[in-house]
Write a protein that binds this ligand. Structure first.
Ligand code: FAD
Length: 427
């Protein structure tokens, strides 16, 4: 049987207290059955409850067990591929809608935190750091692009300016987004789950959906019970497995690893990141880091295609951390863990309906903290019959990975190797 405990992460160790939630027993009827209690499932649940739906959430493990409780905690605007790629892929109206939505997820997170009083260490300010002239030119273009869609609060930084916000000598410059920022991701998920319950929603933990009986009022089966509903929202993302075979072919679970140092102390922490912004670099296989509330450095990076759990995470990530901050060479690592995100070939979210009543959103491919919050809103709109924004996502084309189930992992690793070589050589 799969291990359904939280990984031994800094987040699990510093989680706010939560109630024990039962497993589903027997038969239940509801308006919407949501599969998965990560941000996608919880955000959908909240928007639906706020609009009068009866909602029941099934979680195979615990709230925030997946990527939502393990991630870098960085509120990054837009999607894993930017709006310029979308503009080249789809028609003008669809691109306009998707572009306007690209900055909504961060606002939703802040609204949720304020409305429901969620204690999750919110800090404003995120930095994109450029390692090469090509990356700097890309950030300049990105700023112009984002401003075209009404996103302000952006500042381009040259080498001396970025050195004032990050004590790393590797960067040529960067871009500061003051509507980016960071949160304690598991505490955000736990706070959202409490908000769901405060509105009358029900969450069952240790309750994996093992079969969906499709039809006019579909039924989701768990080992000890079942839920009949008007609608199903599939929000299991990289942990879904093969429950919905149509979805598995066009997405691939990938692992990424995170380490957390011992507390650094106020002075050392402030010397690294004086304004407490979070940082990600612009490489294809990017490094991302930030401070925690108790002044540890959380540092993540790397991708394991196919999501095999690596043996020694510290050995993989610590050298990356020391490359950015050699001044941390004597600092101890207290936590190391891995988590899975879901990659699509286009790196754009995979959204749609199966029949009339099974909806899904998954595959945001690395950057998902903001998108998943937006997804909940857009899914809820669609269930209320206002599907224009949902359809803008659902119309994004998706393709199977080259090599099929068998060869997609080596093919993708080869692709990533090529892109990281380009990053290293600066072209
Ligand atoms: C290590 C790591 C670092 C990351 N860092 C960042 C970051 O800093 N910024 C950013 O924007 N994005 C980041 N991401 C991506 C981001 O965390 C995800 O895109 C986002 O959390 C996905 O949310 P989700 O709700 O769709 O999926 P998940 O959070 O994975 O939730 C899916 C849930 O569904 C449950 N489930 C699956 N199958 C079933 C089933 N059959 N029955 C019942 N329940 C089921 C799982 O147990 C899980 O709890 C990171 C991801 C990882 C893994």
């Amino acid at each position: 049987m799969a291990d359904t405990r939280y990984p031994q992460s800094y987040y699990a160790a510093s989680a706010n207290p939560v109630p024990a939630r039962p497993a589903l027993q027997g038969q239940v009827e509801t308006d919407v059955c949501i599969i998965g209690a990560g941000y996608t499932g919880l955000s959908s649940a909240l928007f639906l409850l706020e609009n009068g739906f009866k909602v029941t959430v099934l979680e195979a493990a615990k709230v925030g067990f997946g990527a939502s409780g393990r991630n870098g905690g960085q509120i990054v605007n837009s999607y894993s591929r930017d709006i310029d790629v979308i503009e080249r892929t789809v028609g003008a109206r669809q691109a306009q809608l998707l572009g306007e939505m690209a900055f909504e997820g961060g606002r939703i997170i802040r609204e949720r935190i304020a409305t429901y009083g969620i204690d999750c260490d919110l800090k404003d300010g995120g930095v994109f750091a450029a390692l090469t002239p090509k990356q700097m030119a890309h950030l300049e273009a990105q700023k112009r692009l984002w401003e075209r869609y009404g996103h302000t609060q952006l500042e381009l930084m040259d080498q001396s300016r970025i050195r004032q916000v990050v004590a790393c000598d590797n960067y040529l410059g960067g871009m500061l987004d003051m509507s980016g920022g960071h949160i304690h991701p598991l505490n955000l998920a736990l706070g959202e789950a409490a908000a769901v319950e405060s509105l009358g929603g029900v969450i069952y933990e240790q309750s994996p959906a093992i079969r969906i009986e499709r039809g006019a009022s579909p039924v989701v089966h768990t080992p000890q019970g079942s839920i009949r509903s008007k609608f199903i929202i599939v929000a299991g993302n990289a942990y879904l497995g093969n429950l919905v075979p149509e979805l598995a072919a066009k997405s691939m679970p990938c692992g990424t690893q995170v380490i957390t140092t011992e507390p650094l102390g106020e002075e050392l922490a402030r010397s690294l990141l004086p304004q407490d912004y979070c940082v990600e670099d612009c490489n294809y296989l990017l490094d991302y880091y930030r401070l925690t509330q108790d002044k540890r450095l959380i540092f993540g990076g790397g991708v394991v295609y196919g999501a095999r759990d690596p043996q020694n995470i510290e050995a993989i990530i610590r050298p990356k951390m020391l490359k950015a901050f050699p001044q941390l060479k004597n600092v101890k690592i207290d936590y190391a863990w891995t988590g899975n995100f879901l990659l699509t070939l286009s790196r754009l979210p995979q959204v749609g309906r199966i029949g009339d009543n099974i909806y899904y959103s998954q595959g945001c491919s690395g950057h998902g903290v903001t998108y998943t919050h937006l997804a909940g809103k857009v899914l809820a709109e669609a269930l209320r019959g206002q599907a224009e924004r949902f359809d803008a996502f659902a119309g994004l084309p998706h393709y199977p990975f080259p090599g099929g189930q068998l060869l997609r992992v080596p093919f993708s690793a080869l692709g990533a190797w090529y892109y990281s070589l380009r990053d290293r050589l600066g072209f």
